[in-house]
Design a protein around this ligand. Structure first.
Ligand code: ATP
Length: 234
């Protein structure tokens, strides 16, 4: 579904990604894990069209997407939930959801989609009139996930959904991710919280200093001696 081939990217004169190649197949949950500054967010910025790669290609459903605008990439079915969710703070939960349906066809279907989204995230239904700025961190993350569903995505990319949240909330968010997956959405999760990510994902790529250093089935990565020592503190 998604393939990155030999992507180099950076900001201004600074190079951040070096020769990144990976794939996400339809129906998979894939995770990109790595420490601070490894380049995880930069990869998502590049796939979503926010940052243009210096070289390499990105294809989505067989179509080359690097060079397309973020708007165009969303329309093809790729959604990106940034770290912390970043909802519009002065809009209500419901208004934030409507903002996720700005493409004409989705806008027409928005009432039905909001109902579907409330079934997945019942807590948002209770808080539909509440301003996003007054939600808890976990609820903000739920709202961001819910907003991304308003565009009927085929691939959802989540940047550190667990960041700064209590373990009980993290568990709940990963259950939502599993639920979305069961509904047919393909998922790419970027995480520093490697344990949760490996438990959720089918396959994993380990990123260090802008390069993929290890890849494989999540179960195998979790058993890898280097990963255990460097990331899992075992
Ligand atoms: P974290 O888990 O800490 O968010 P990350 O793996 O997501 O880290 P990135 O945010 O992709 O890492 O950052 C990779 C490198 O790119 C870092 O050295 C960072 O300082 C640099 N970087 C990120 N954004 C910019 C920017 N807008 N301008 C310049 N450098 C940037």
């Amino acid at each position: 579904m998604l393939a990155l081939n030999n992507i180099h990217a950076g900001y201004g004169k600074i190079d951040v990604l070096w020769d990144i190649s990976f794939t996400v197949e339809a129906g998979e949950i894939v995770t990109l894990v790595g420490g601070n500054g490894a380049g995880k967010t930069t990869i998502l910025n590049t796939v979503s069209g926010i940052l243009k790669p210096r070289s390499g290609t990105i294809t989505f459903l067989g179509q080359k997407i690097n060079g397309l605008s973020p708007y165009h990439i969303v329309n093809l079915g790729v959604c990106y939930v940034p770290e912390g969710g970043k909802p519009f703070p002065d809009m209500s939960v419901r208004e934030n959801l409507e903002m996720g349906a700005y493409v004409q066809e989705n806008w027409r279907k928005r009432e039905a989609t909001i109902e579907e989204v409330f079934e997945i995230f019942p807590r948002l239904r209770d808080r539909r009139a509440q301003l996003a700025s007054t939600l808890s961190g976990g609820e903000r993350q739920m709202l961001a996930m819910a907003r991304s569903l308003m565009a009927h995505p085929k691939l959802c990319m989540f940047d550190e959904p667990s960041y700064g949240l209590a373990p009980v909330i993290v568990k709940e968010l990963f259950e939502f991710i599993a639920n979305l997956h069961d509904r047919g959405v393909t998922i790419l999760i970027v995480e520093q919280n490697i344990q949760n990510a490996l438990e959720a994902a089918d396959r994993a790529y380990v990123l260090e200093n802008g390069r993929v250093v290890l890849e494989g089935e999540s179960a195998a990565i979790a058993q890898d001696a280097y990963v255990k020592k460097a990331y899992l503190g075992l």
